[in-house]
Design a protein around this ligand. Structure first.
Ligand code: SF4
Length: 204
C-alpha cells in the first residue's frame, strides 16, 4: 500500500495532483497495488485547471521550477488500448482511495480572521523570507506546521494555546505577506493568534 498526500484535488474529476523532484511520490503512488491519498479538505479546488495551476505555483514558489515530476492520479490504473473503452485495473494500483481530513478546517472557515489561512497552498515561501525562521528554523512553530504559516495552521488544527508561544516570537517584519502567492495577510493572522493567546493566559 502506498500512502501520499495531495498538492491539490480537483472537485470536477476527483483527480489528485502531486508535485515532486525526487521520484519517491511517483513510486509510492504507482508501484503498490493500493494507493491511498490522505489530505485536508482545503486542498479541494473547483477544477483540474485550478489544481494544475495551484500545483505549478507551489512548485515555483518552493524554489524549483519546473519541478522534475507532476503526477496526476484520477483513479486506479486503467487501459483502453485494445478495448477502446476504459478497463481497470491495468498494471498499476488496483485500488485508489481518498481520505479527507477536517481537523478544525470547517470551523476555521467560519472564523472572521483565521479563515484566510485556508487559502494557503503550503509553498513554504513565507518561511524562506522570515527573519525569525532564519534565526531558529523549524523551532519557530510546532511541527508539522512551522514558520509564519505554521502559526495560524497550528491555531486551526490544535487551538490558540498551542499556537501562541510561537506567535510571540514573530517580529512582524512583514516579509511573509510580501512574498505569499495567495496574498495572505500573515502578520494580521499572527497578531490575532498573539492577542487571543495573551487574553487566554491573562484569564488564568
Ligand atoms: S502562507 Fe503563503 S507563502 Fe506561506 S506557505 Fe502558505 S501560500 Fe506559501
Amino acid at each position: 500500500m502506498g500512502i501520499t498526500g495531495a498538492n491539490a484535488i480537483a472537485a470536477d474529476t476527483g483527480a489528485v495532483l502531486l508535485v515532486e523532484n525526487e521520484g519517491n511520490i511517483r513510486m509510492t503512488s504507482v508501484l503498490p497495488p493500493v494507493h491511498i491519498v490522505y489530505d485536508g479538505i482545503e486542498k479541494i479546488v473547483p477544477t483540474l485547471y485550478h489544481a494544475m495551476t495551484e500545483t505549478l505555483v507551489q512548485a515555483a514558489y518552493a524554489g524549483l521550477y519546473p519541478p522534475t515530476y507532476v503526477n496526476l492520479t484520477a483513479g486506479p490504473s486503467s487501459t483502453a488500448d485494445v478495448e477502446l473503452y476504459r478497463v481497470s485495473p491495468a498494471q498499476g494500483p488496483k485500488e485508489f482511495h481518498m481520505v479527507l481530513v477536517d481537523n478544525g478546517r470547517r470551523r476555521a472557515a467560519k472564523d472572521p480572521v483565521l479563515w484566510e489561512i485556508l487559502l494557503c497552498i503550503r509553498c513554504g515561501r513565507c518561511s524562506m523570507h522570515c527573519p525569525t525562521y532564519w534565526a531558529i528554523g523549524p523551532r519557530f512553530g510546532k511541527p508539522p506546521y512551522t514558520g509564519p504559516m505554521g502559526i495560524p495552521w497550528t491555531a486551526v488544527t490544535r487551538g490558540i494555546m498551542e499556537a501562541g508561544p510561537a506567535a510571540m516570537l514573530c517580529t512582524h517584519s512583514g516579509n511573509c505577506k510580501e512574498v505569499c502567492p495567495m496574498g495572505i495577510d500573515l502578520p494580521k493572522l499572527i497578531l490575532y493568534v498573539k492577542n487571543e493567546y495573551l487574553k487566554q493566559i491573562m484569564r488564568k
